[in-house]
Design a protein around this ligand. Structure first.
Ligand code: AMP
Length: 651
């Protein structure tokens, strides 16, 4: 058997890429990278079964970059993605890995962005194109995109493209690219239509599947918190602060840089924290582990490689701050706690788009992973007050306070400058204030909005759920309305939660007519896919869809901007332009597509003159020109919490 590949250099990637990987702090190739990169570098076709979060983007981006001829400014590789968000993310990944490749150009092409902008960018030339199927087809038809020199075509999240009704478009594109191209197909699952595509369009593909470990992790309690990237640090400190049995933790992140950054942030918040990564010498690493053992450190922030084999019984918690690449890595990680016969706690931070990994872990560990609700500020305050009281009681029980009684009595008898006398209770309150000035009992800042609860996975369909809800499982950061309501009814409302969300009435929806119908064999999911991707209207804002023989009516939020309307007019489904227009009285509903009520809770339908007076931080369903907005990565919270320590810290 060959040696496992444990460095990027061993994969024979060019120096420019190795430097970029050092810059971003990747320590070792993830399993999918180690398995795919050699095949893709060799020019083979590839069929990769792997989920989001496994590192599959780099698995195809690195070999594509390694094989590029930078002097030739024509598309040599193209990646098809189901959504514009993924297209942008993949394009950004290419940019990141090509940091030391001057002159490299990647161009994302997706619906909803101005054609003029895209045509101009195309005319300037690009080495790699990343796009959604509809818009790529559009450019191929206009001949604004020339693929004569295309070497590699990547289909990313192929099952998602199938689910969204893009598979015919994908086939059309496959037919319109050079037959001798290399084709890499990545999919989390391999439903039959995807297998057929692989059989038909790939030549002797190499199969790569990321295995799942099957282990029982009996002594560890597993929980997860569904996260939006920006809130992670705040969530981490709150969760650790209210954990009853917290003693010490290992926090797993993906990169060496992240170990240092997070350890510094935790230190700044008063934790005894340190980084542990592969850049540190063996001696330094041993020191960190020794300090963790002896109680000199409470938190170690580590990468998978650096934490291998750590055996410290004090570790009560393992936090998967970044999801692991695969279930095996997860099992290794959580094996760091629950040692020496103790019960450990594993907490997984999982983004909405990584929920499939959660399912895979549950399957592999044969255990349910329970959701955690983030502690509110008042819960944190309650916890701090309880600890403070305990500290006072401990001092009363253990310390000799003889010297202090007359001091307090004297203060009671003294008159203040204003001639006022103070009671022992008032004096005690002032002392409590002084004692907690460094770390106020009442945490500052504001509450983090409650994250969306988990929705059931697509492998466990709910009878009443439509295809669009499923699609939102992996794309949307918010759940469909019904599951939000279920979630609310599961627990009483909390004092500090945000006020009830607004909701739009059905009156905010307007019926449009599109010129594609049953005769064309269209399915509602294709219409939703096209409107969502090309028009930038999120699925949850799309109301009822009624199919007729010649046409279809679809309910969309009122007041659609002219630009969106114009894009949707030209958008094609089943090769036909939608020619969308307002439906008139004659376009009555006929056969009904699966019903789904429009829930625009908490977010305005679109930006523009008729916009209802909502908060400025809300995101519209119609995205305007250019990039959609993403949450910024490292938003820190105002007035974040102060240090927490189980025991009073002595400086
Ligand atoms: P993906 O599955 O491509 O969406 O990647 C998930 C995350 O893993 C991204 O944030 C990548 O930056 C990160 N990542 C990918 N490969 C590695 C690696 N070898 N080491 C550390 N992080 C990685």
């Amino acid at each position: 058997m060959s040696e496992p590949i444990d460095s990027f250099a061993a994969l024979q990637l060019p120096p420019a890429l190795l430097s970029a990987l050092t810059d971003v702090g990747y320590e070792t190739p993830s399993p999918i990278q180690a398995a795919c990169i050699p095949h893709l570098l060799a020019g083979s076709d590839l069929l990769g079964e792997a989920q989001t979060g496994t590192g599959k983007t780099a698995a195809f981006a690195l070999p594509v970059l390694a094989r590029l001829d930078l002097a030739l400014k024509m598309p040599q590789a193209m990646v098809l993605t189901p959504t514009r968000e993924l297209a942008i993310q993949v394009a950004e990944a290419f940019q990141k890995y090509a940091h030391h490749m001057p002159g490299f150009h990647v161009l994302p092409l997706y619906g909803g962005q101005s054609m003029v902008v895209q045509l101009r960018a195309l005319s300037r030339g690009a080495h790699v194109i990343v796009g959604t199927p509809g818009r790529i087809m559009d450019h191929l038809e206009r001949k604004s995109l020339q693929l004569d020199r295309l070497q590699t075509l990547v289909l990313d999240e192929a099952d998602e493209m199938l689910r969204m009704g893009f598979i015919d478009d994908v086939q059309w594109i496959l037919e319109h690219t050079p037959a001798e191209r290399q084709t890499a197909l990545f999919s989390a699952t391999m439903p039959e239509p995807i297998r057929r595509i692989a059989q038909r369009y790939q030549r002797d593909p190499q199969h790569v599947k990321i295995r799942s470990a099957t282990t029982t992790v009996a002594t560890t309690r597993q929980r997860y918190w569904q996260v939006k990237g920006a809130d992670k640090l705040e969530a981490l400190t709150r969760i650790l602060e209210v954990e009853e049995d917290f003693e010490a933790a290992i926090i797993f992140v993906r990169t060496k840089i992240a170990t240092v950054e997070l350890a510094e942030k935790l230190e700044a918040r008063g934790y005894e924290a340190a980084a542990l990564n592969g850049d540190m010498t063996q001696g330094l690493r041993e020191q960190v582990v020794e300090r963790l053992k002896s109680g000199g450190l409470d938190i170690v922030v580590a990468t998978d490689v650096a934490a291998r084999g750590i055996d410290v019984p004090r570790i009560s918690h393992v936090v998967n701050y970044d999801v692991p690449y695969d279930t095996e890595a997860y099992v290794h990680r959580i094996g760091r706690t629950g040692r020496a016969g103790r019960v450990g706690s594993a907490i997984l931070f999982v983004a909405p788009r990584e929920m499939r990994m959660l399912k895979a872990i549950e399957y592999a560990t044969r255990q349910k992973i329970e959701p955690i609700t983030l502690p509110t500020r008042s819960e944190v305050a309650d916890r701090r007050v309880a600890q403070f009281k305990q500290q006072v009681l401990d001092v009363l029980a253990d310390e000799n306070l003889d010297f202090f009684f007359p001091v307090v009595r004297g203060m009671e008898e003294d008159e203040g400058e204003d001639g006022q006398k103070y009671s022992a209770r008032q004096i005690a309150a002032a002392l409590a204030f002084l004692a907690t000035r460094e770390r106020p009992l009442q945490p500052e800042g504001k509450d983090i909005p409650e994250p969306a609860p988990r929705r059931e996975s697509r492998d466990e369909p709910r009878p009443e759920r439509s295809f669009r809800d499923n699609r939102e499982d992996s794309r949307s950061e918010r759940p469909p309305r019904e599951s939000r309501e279920e979630f609310r009814s599961e627990r009483p409302p909390r004092r500090e939660e945000a006020p009830a969300r607004r909701s739009f009435s059905e009156g905010n929806l307007v019926r449009y007519r599109i010129e594609v119908g049953k005769k064309d064999g269209v399915m509602p999911k294709e219409i939703v896919g096209a409107i969502a991707n090309e028009g930038g209207i999120e699925g949850r804002y799309i109301g009822q869809i009624h199919l007729f023989d010649e046409y279809t009516t679809v309910e969309l939020p009122a007041g659609m901007p002219a630009e969106t309307l114009s894009i949707l007019k030209r958008t094609r489904v089943r090769q036909k332009p939608l020619n969308i227009r307002l439906a008139d009285a004659g376009d009555e509903p006929g056969q009904r597509a699966p019903r789904r009520s429009f829930s625009g809770e908490g977010k305005p339908p679109f930006p523009g003159k008729d916009r209802p007076p909502f908060r400025s931080d809300e995101r519209p369903p119609f995205r305007s020109e250019g990039k959609p907005s993403f949450p910024s990565k490292d938003r820190s919270f105002p007035g974040s919490d102060r240090p927490f320590s189980k025991k009073p810290r002595t400086k």
